[in-house]
Write a protein that binds this ligand. Structure first.
Ligand SMILES: Cc1ncc(COP(=O)(O)O)c(C=O)c1O
Length: 381
């Protein structure tokens, strides 16, 4: 937040700031989705809907999930929320009580920590192996289980690392959780942005439906961040609990956005494929450039649209962590990145490559110059 507001301040002063901070697609929402919203307005679909979303949208969500992953949810096991973040917040409020522990692999998306704490729970952080692409193994999780463990959070592809966890390990984690009566929350925000292999859902594993709960979002998949449509898939009793919360909190998600979401889910999916192909090109460019910078190491992201380089070799001359690195990169080189502290590691910064190749090229030139200057000044010292 500090970096974003400083970037904003500089921009308002007329500075040419390059922003690799924002985690949102630079693509516009596809036309067919926009047209569905316009039609909704023209047809006066502008009133309250059912709290948990229209039956039509819930059917579209469960149908899409079945078509993509082979799951079998009824609309009673589905709720439409005001973005994926809202689904995660409500799931935590419904399932986590004071004193409960929630297992969170590191690096993690910043929101998990705060929503778990807000519900009265405590996060138990599990380090992953940077040398192996921030890989997560079931044994790492097992070591951190306690009688208080209530939930394991899985976010694969991961924000911020782009890591995709091995399917066999995830299956072991689900089996372990099922044996011990622990929830697994799978955050499927980036599920469709997978560079190799086919997307899959942990909810499709045999017998997983009582253990696995899905937090989903249309924000990134369909370049719909501002429309605020997400969802949860979970046992009907959990959905019922969330529904009570939501009815007093937000009522329904916006009626117009719900119509647009139906078109997104049921309409042609070629825009998703096109965006993924573009992200792949950008990923390859960003990683190749970063790897050429002396002192920088970076894993190849397997999904999502973030690079998470280790820049600790450049922590010198007044920089001792990634927060200070990001601050100086912004003030001296006018490039905004997110410091790794936000995601639980101090040696990294997150670069979002959901921006044009031209901007990536300009920004990486600046990052290269900034780091190279530090590396050579360190050598002289
Ligand atoms: C890992 C992860 N999960 C969930 C979300 C929620 O997205 P939204 O609330 O826009 O649907 C985000 C957004 O950045 C995310 O990065």
């Amino acid at each position: 937040m500090a970096v974003s507001s400083e970037a904003d301040r500089l921009r308002r002063q007329g500075a040419d700031v390059i922003d690799f901070g924002a985690g949102e697609p630079d693509f516009p929402t596809p036309d067919n989705i926009k047209r569905a919203a316009v039609l909704a307005i023209e047809q006066n679909f502008t009133k309250y809907t059912n709290t948990g979303g229209t039956e039509d949208l819930k059917q579209a969500i469960t149908w899409r999930h079945k078509t993509d992953y082979g799951t079998d949810y009824s609309t009673k096991e589905c709720i439409v929320t005001v973005g994926g973040k809202h689904a995660i917040f409500e799931l935590m409020q419904a399932l986590i009580d004071s004193g409960d522990e929630v297992i969170v692999p590191v690096p993690y998306w910043v929101t998990y920590k705060d929503v778990v704490n807000y519900a009265g729970g405590a996060c138990v952080f599990v380090d992953t192996d940077e040398g192996k692409g921030f890989d997560l193994r079931a044994s790492m999780i097992e070591r951190h289980l306690s009688p208080r463990t209530k939930m394991i959070i899985i976010n694969s592809p991961s924000n911020p690392s782009g890591a995709v966890f091995a399917r066999g390990e995830l299956e072991q984690i689900v089996a372990m959780a099922r044996d011990r009566g622990i929830w697994v929350m799978t955050d499927e925000c980036y599920h469709r942005f997978l560079y190799e292999g086919e997307p899959y859902s942990l909810a499709a594993l045999p017998g997983a439906k009582d253990t696995v709960i899905v937090a989903g979002s249309l924000s990134k998949t369909y370049a719909m961040t501002g429309w605020r449509i997400g969802f949860a898939l979970a046992p009907a009793a959990v959905i019922g609990g969330i529904m009570k919360l939501q009815s007093h909190m937000t009522s329904n998600p916006t009626s117009i956005a719900q119509k647009a979401a139906i078109e997104a889910l049921r309409g042609p999916q070629d825009s998703v494929t096109a965006m993924l192909a573009e992200y792949k090109k950008r990923r390859d460019y960003v990683i190749e450039r970063l790897r050429r910078i002396e002192g920088v190491t970076v894993n190849m992201p397997q999904g999502a649209f973030y690079a998470y380089p280790n820049v600790s070799a450049a922590f010198r001359g007044g920089i001792s962590n990634s927060l200070e690195f990001a601050g100086k990169l912004l003030s001296e080189a006018l490039v905004a990145v997110v410091p790794g502290e936000a995601f639980g590691t101090a040696d990294h910064v997150r670069i979002s490559y959901a921006t044009s190749l031209r901007e990536l090229e300009r920004g990486l030139d600046r990052i290269d110059k900034f780091i190279s200057a530090r590396m050579s000044c360190g050598r002289g010292a």
